[in-house]
Design a protein around this ligand. Structure first.
Ligand code: PLP
Length: 416
């Protein structure tokens, strides 16, 4: 963005886009489509549709990428969490501490094994579990803690280090954070097991479902392999009851192609995040919204760019953006301790205030690699317009006529 002679900010030269999608996978895949097609046709012709050689290649390369000794592919990130807990023999009578503000799968894996999820609040600035509150919740039944590296940034793993001495295993939920680092080490290698998802919205997204676990020891890796394949070894001899959680070869082949580009895409996400932050600051929106931050000593991989919209305006702003065909999402509108299915655990509104506040205030904006600067400008100027700040800077976004009549959304609340 430049400045005109009056000092007002001007739009980038590119014309304003008609709308901005939250995620455009087709655009993202465009340049690598020939490689993806070739890989898929190769698998189609090979006839090896489940656990073909591409699955082993993916496991080997991702173990290396994460800096973990082993990797075990499976059918989804949800299964990865379930398998990790099964490998620890978590079951009835056990407790597992999980953040309340996360995707459902983090807690449902615990519940499905008959164990009790114990919900912990988050740190408001980074949305990851609060380590001090986590340590305070540890009791004789606590078998594991699952820190979620939410939105692309690692939880404070150093502060969780005392758990090991108390016999509590830390399982990383790294579904949203492949490539994220904590003090120079990649997630998935920060504890005994890490769980990853290849759901298409993830930074390394497949063409459907897929997942993977990293493991620190060969014993754990072997147990995970056994459990993902019905506990069967050798064929039709079942040592224990596992699950069916296979990764199909087509997914692995596509993921191997995409893995070559992951670092480049992560760098694009980081650039987009930085550009948003600059734009928000130039418009004075950093005084109105809570902007995401990378914590010291961490590498954020920006699976999501989350802003906090205070004073009860989040849903109105979201609608205002939707009216301009700007895609957003709310991750997550109801914290897990307030979900109907966990009612029997007895949590009440107010029990985990930071999770509840985040659920009411956060909004995800488009950040995918391939998002243009003109699109980012359109997103920010529309938000500035909502707050009555765009006109001050010569916004390129035409002001909708209805706003001139009475009800600019800015009129609903105070400006900074
Ligand atoms: C934090 C977190 N954990 C677990 C999962 C589950 O992954 P999947 O959708 O591959 O089952 C997801 C995916 O959305 C997630 O975001």
């Amino acid at each position: 963005m430049g400045m005109d002679s009056s000092g007002a900010r001007t739009a980038p030269a590119a014309s304003a886009p008609a709308g901005v999608p939250l995620l455009d996978v087709a655009r993202h895949h465009g340049p690598i489509l020939p490689d993806l097609e070739a890989a898929l046709i190769r698998v189609l012709r090979s006839g090896r549709y489940v656990f073909g050689p591409e699955c082993e290649e993916l496991e080997r390369r991702l173990a290396e990428y994460c800096g973990a000794p082993h990797a075990v592919a499976c059918a989804s990130g949800s299964d990865a969490l379930l398998l990790a807990l099964m490998a620890l023999d978590v079951g009835p009578g056990d407790e597992v501490i999980v953040p309340s503000y996360t995707f459902f799968a983090t807690a449902s894996a615990v519940w499905r094994l008959g164990a009790k999820p114990v919900f912990v609040d988050i740190e408001p600035e980074h949305y990851t579990l609060d380590p001090v509150k986590t340590l305070a919740l540890v009791g004789p039944k606590t078998k594991a803690v699952i820190p979620v590296h939410l939105y692309g940034q690692c939880a404070d793993m150093q502060a969780l280090a005392p758990l090991a001495a108390r016999g509590v295993t830390v399982i990383e939920d790294a579904a949203q954070s492949i490539g994220a680092e904590f003090q120079g080490r990649r997630c998935g290698a920060l504890g005994p097991m890490g769980c990853f998802s290849f759901y298409p919205t993830k930074n390394l997204g497949g063409l459907g479902d897929g997942g993977l676990l990293t493991a620190a020891t060969s014993e754990l890796a072997e147990r995970l392999r056994l459990l993902r394949g019905h506990g069967m070894h050798p064929r039709y001899y079942h040592r224990e009851v596992g699950i069916n959680s296979r990764l199909d070869t087509l997914q692995a082949a596509a993921l191997c192609v995409k893995l070559d580009h992951l670092e480049h895409w992560t760098a694009q996400r980081a650039q987009n995040a930085q550009h948003y932050t600059e734009l928000f600051t130039e418009f004075g929106l950093d005084r109105v919204l809570g902007l995401p931050r990378q914590a010291a000593g961490r590498r954020h991989v920006w699976n999501q760019y989350i802003v906090r919209v205070p004073e009860g305006k989040r849903d109105t702003l979201r609608q205002y953006l939707a009216d301009a065909k700007i895609g957003t999402e709310i991750y997550y509108p109801v914290p897990l301790h307030r979900q109907d299915c966990f009612r029997s655990l007895g949590y009440k509104t107010g029990d985990l205030p930071e999770s509840e506040r985040a659920a009411a205030e956060t909004l995800a904006l488009p950040i995918f690699p391939g998002l243009t600067q003109a699109e980012q400008h359109a997103v920010v100027t529309r938000i500035a317009d909502f707050y009555g700040l765009a006109q001050r800077f010569g916004s390129s976004v035409p002001r909708p006529k209805f706003l001139d009549r009475t009800t600019s959304p800015a009129a609903h609340g105070k400006l900074a």
